[in-house]
Design a protein around this ligand. Structure first.
Ligand SMILES: Cc1cc2nc3c(=O)[nH]c(=O)nc-3n(C[C@H](O)[C@H](O)[C@H](O)COP(=O)(O)OP(=O)(O)OC[C@H]3O[C@@H](n4cnc5c(N)ncnc54)[C@H](O)[C@@H]3O)c2cc1C
Length: 381
């Protein structure tokens, strides 16, 4: 399929593909098995300036948008979604600063994020507040020149590895979602600790941890936007980053499809390659159709966002849901096509199937995305 990417976008995609094929593919199985954070790959992405593709030019980035970020995520995910999510989680932490940061905050953090000198994270979820994010309990109490944070966060990607965290806390309990605020918190702040690291099914190269705040002192100038705008900041950020999850899903599906088609041509049973059996051919054809459909929806959504559209919640949710469901189906079918070999760690598709699952869960589970889409479309007619 021809997607009419710009010349710059083609160069970004090609460079990310090269890094993915020449470097990520070599470490994917080891990093997955041993749960190794891919700092070397992130350094390489920084060296090749891919860490700054979505950061505005005035803050040292390439000046691209969601599309450029997604092209990098997609290509990395073809070989390892754990590496891709470690890259994408910095974008998730950077977007609230790009969208709502004060000038000093942008100047302080964005150029270093663009250069890959800072890794970022986004901390909203808590043990008792997952889909229902407005019920978070971490508090931020203003005392003099500081906010004092108390509470804990769960499931935070890049936890322990990131240098800067955008953290959501309640500043006024009586106001519900309008009483939530967002803060920039740096590694090493007094009272800020990293807790348990999760032992995950997939994306095992990425770090997912608990964060703990015990009378954590945050300078008052570190608030993002105004007090009470945290919920809006989180939702507007997700609208721009959910396509990143879709890109991860498209990349995983593409990787699994490529392995399955090569295997089907090589493996001989009943005197013929698997690819000569119509049952296998139809599975491959369905993989191709679904991946191209998911990529088309993803790229259209990215173009809509980057061209300055005002509201794109439903499109952003739709591409995330569709692509993640496609990734789950394609990786499951890739395992099926490869039979026993698909089920063991000697081949990468079992990892891809494990990695695909989380794309249906994080940044808002698919049921919640369908709720968002339904509430929008019912209002429209
Ligand atoms: C590997 C990983 C990395 C993550 N990284 C981050 C991160 O960096 N930052 C961060 O803040 N969070 C992060 N998360 C948290 C993630 O966003 C949440 O896991 C997700 O939003 C779902 O919340 P939950 O796990 O508490 O599930 P729950 O909210 O308990 O939901 C469980 C199930 O019930 C369904 N459900 C819930 N409510 C409804 C409803 N109203 N209607 C229909 N179905 C419903 C859900 O769809 C889901 O299938 C991460 C999670 C994982 C697994």
């Amino acid at each position: 399929m021809e997607y009419f990417l710009s010349e710059e976008q083609k160069i970004i995609k090609k460079l990310a593909k090269r890094i993915s094929d020449e470097y990520v593919s070599k470490v994917a199985i080891k990093y997955d098995k041993e749960g190794i954070f891919p700092r070397d790959i992130l350094d390489l992405l920084a060296y090749t300036e891919l860490t700054g593709v979505y950061i505005p030019k005035e803050y040292g980035g390439f000046g691209g948008g969601v599309m450029e970020m997604c092209l990098v995520v997609e290509e990395l995910s073809r070989n390892c979604a754990g590496v891709a999510v470690s890259y994408a989680a910095t974008a998730l932490g950077a977007y609230p600063i790009i969208l709502y940061g004060k000038e000093e905050q942008k100047e302080k953090y964005l150029p270093k994020i663009a250069k890959g000198e800072l890794i970022a994270a986004f901390a909203l979820t808590e043990a008792d507040a997952g889909s229902d994010v407005s019920s978070i309990k971490t508090t931020a109490e203003k005392k003099g020149d500081y906010y004092i944070l108390n509470g804990s966060k769960h499931w935070i990607t890049n936890g322990g590895e990131a240098d800067v965290y955008v953290v959501f806390a309640v500043t006024d309990k009586s106001k519900g979602p309008r009483g939530i605020s967002a803060f920039i918190i740096e590694k090493g702040y007094e009272g800020f600790y990293c807790g348990k690291k999760e032992d995950k099914m997939g994306i095992r190269a990425s770090s997912t941890t608990e964060l703990i705040f015990e009378d954590c002192k945050v300078p008052k100038e570190n608030i993002l936007g105004r007090e009470g705008t945290g919920f809006i900041i989180a939702m507007k950020t997700f609208d721009r980053t959910r396509p990143g999850v879709a890109a991860m899903a498209v990349g995983i599906a593409q990787g699994a499809y490529e392995h399955a088609i090569r295997y089907a041509k090589e493996r001989v049973q009943f005197g013929q390659p698997l690819s000569s059996f119509q049952a296998i051919q139809h599975m491959l054809a369905d993989m191709y159709i679904n991946i191209e459909a998911a990529r088309s929806l993803l790229y259209s959504t990215c173009r809509m966002i980057d061209s300055g559209a005002k509201d794109f919640s439903k499109e952003s949710s739709a591409c995330k849901v569709f692509a993640s469901d496609v990734a789950m189906k394609v990786t499951t079918d890739a395992v099926q096509i490869m039979g026993g070999n698909g089920y063991v760690k000697d081949y990468p598709v079992e990892k891809m199937m494990r990695d695909a699952k989380v794309t249906q869960i994080f940044e808002g589970a698919n049921q919640i995305q369908r709720n968002i889409i339904a509430s929008e479309i019912i209002k429209e007619y």
